[in-house]
Design a protein around this ligand. Structure first.
Ligand code: SAH
Ligand code: SF4
Ligand code: F3S
Length: 445
């Protein structure tokens, strides 16, 4: 096969996958390949996949089946991401037209794998269980010039019983602080205004390493970078949210007052069965402490409904927890059994209709809470990082420090700047406001 000239990467799943896609794209571009808009025209076609729920996998399987049924083009076709880890070389049996499978811990090896596949014309796979700290993060090719993801820790050691991630991403490996700081400095120099630190459990940062830098230490160091405007982090495990971290959220100018604090379930029996290693009471205590230390904090959560044996009364405890804590963002999922996880031992005994009904009740509740929280913001002036034009190209769109979407009228030149906006109304989940003072334009006119 000839040396490929173009590539297309389709990304499924979470922000870790988005960043891995950017790193792979950077590697391919260094090799001289250019991106194409249409996957049918790509010489290298990669599916960066997700295994978190059955639906995520089915989407990719459907897509690969379609490509297989069509004429196999001259493209080199590869699967990367979590499904590559969950299914490994068994994917070749199902999809004979696949050229390579590359695991989440091997994205450094993309170039080598492409070479081997080109030369040998054989199906190649690399799926190491452990991540080796040799990835060139700085190669990442980002679409946005305003916001960037930065990986700080890969893998997960928590082993929640329902979750595939510890198996698809391997054990926790923290990235050296110097490497993170170097990337953050570069991003600030390039004009980026917001950095999101990524990890399956960012709060574990540094615990696996010999250097003396835990997550909050890292945040203090990042905050000291001149010109660092906004820092966020996702995601956190409640057990590892420390008082030091809460103080950092209160004290660091760059660190946004938003904490994703996923409770998953409100019943102690279910939490135990999920191996979440906290009780509802411990969780509530921590949230209370955080709200006391950072009164203007906004919280996010993830919830799984219909976990094996979850009763209506236990679901009601989840419902009540949401009602009491009043998260500003909630992601709600129906339990989906995953191969290889401990929860597979238990029968998936909650009927689909019951799961869907519970989901709907949570969505309705969250809409009510969201509307209440948005109403409380009417008349307030907030800081918005202007990211782009709204869909209809008339209004500017951005987010507050607490991750709330805001639209307002203003000149396009404000994209990429921080502005003060006074909120006067809201439509669905989006706040609508008015520019208070276009600060960056003052010097222009
Ligand atoms: N590390 C992150 C979670 C990543 S997965 C964290 O712990 O916050 C994102 C969410 O998907 C999880 O929080 C959980 O709510 C949901 N999830 C994970 N496995 C699932 C499964 N088997 N079925 C349904 N939802 C699941
Ligand atoms: Fe999965 Fe739990 Fe790890 Fe999150 S903390 S990635 S839910 S095992
Ligand atoms: Fe999916 Fe893997 Fe992320 S399973 S949610 S892509 S860590």
């Amino acid at each position: 096969m000839q040396e490929p000239k173009t590539y297309f990467i389709r990304t499924y799943g979470c922000q870790m996958n988005e960043l891995d896609t950017q790193i792979m794209a950077g590697q391919l571009e260094k090799r001289g390949l250019s991106p194409v808009e249409d996957e049918d025209n790509a010489d290298v076609l990669i599916f960066n996949t997700c295994s978190i729920r059955d639906l995520a996998e089915r989407k990719v399987m459907g897509k690969l089946g379609q490509i297989g049924r069509g004429k196999k083009k001259q493209a080199l076709i590869g699967i990367t991401g979590c499904m590559a880890m969950a299914k490994k070389d068994s994917l070749f049996r199902k999809f004979p037209h696949l050229d390579f499978v590359l695991g989440t811990n091997n994205i450094t090896d993309l170039g080598t794998v492409v070479d081997e596949a080109l030369i040998s014309n054989r199906q190649i796979y690399k799926t190491d269980d452990k991540f080796e700290e040799n990835l060139n993060y700085l190669a990442a090719k980002r679409e946005s010039k305003i916001k960037a993801f930065v990986s700080i820790i890969r893998g997960c050691d928590k082993y929640c019983t329902y979750c595939v991630v510890p198996y698809t991403r391997g054990q926790e490996v923290s990235r050296p602080p110097e490497s993170i700081l170097e990337e953050c400095k570069q991003l600030v120099d390039q004009g980026y205004k917001e950095i999101t630190l990524l990890g399956q459990n960012v709060n574990s940062y540094g615990k696996d390493a010999s250097w003396n830098c835990l997550f909050h230490d890292l945040l203090y160091q990042i905050d000291r970078i001149p010109g660092m405007e906004r820092v966020r982090f996702i995601t956190s495990h409640p057990v590892d949210i420390t008082i030091d971290l809460m103080h950092a959220v209160r004290d660091l100018k760059s660190l946004c007052e938003f904490v994703h604090f996923p409770i998953q379930a409100g019943s102690n029996r279910i939490l135990k069965k999920m191996h979440r290693i906290y009780t509802k009471e411990q969780y509530f205590e921590k949230v209370a402490l955080l709200k006391q230390i950072v009164p203007n904090v906004s919280l996010g959560t993830d919830i799984i409904v219909g976990f094996p044996t979850e009763t209506e009364a236990e679901f009601q405890e989840t419902y009540d927890a949401i009602k009491e804590i009043r998260y500003s963002v909630g992601f709600f999922y129906a339990y989906s059994p995953r191969k290889g996880t401990p929860a597979m031992r238990w029968k998936d005994d909650i009927p689909e209709e019951v799961k869907q009904d519970r989901l709907q009740r949570l969505l309705n509740l969250q809409e009510t809470i969201g509307n209440e929280l948005r109403s409380e913001m009417l008349g307030q002036t907030v800081e918005v990082l202007v990211e782009r034009l709204n869909k209809d190209h008339r209004l500017l769109k951005g987010r507050t420090r607490c991750w709330k979407k805001v639209i307002f009228e203003g000149p396009e030149a404000l994209i990429g700047t921080l502005q003060k906006v006074k909120i006067h109304s809201f439509a669905h989940e989006t706040l609508v406001g008015e520019l208070v003072k276009p600060s960056s334009l003052l010097t222009v006119s």
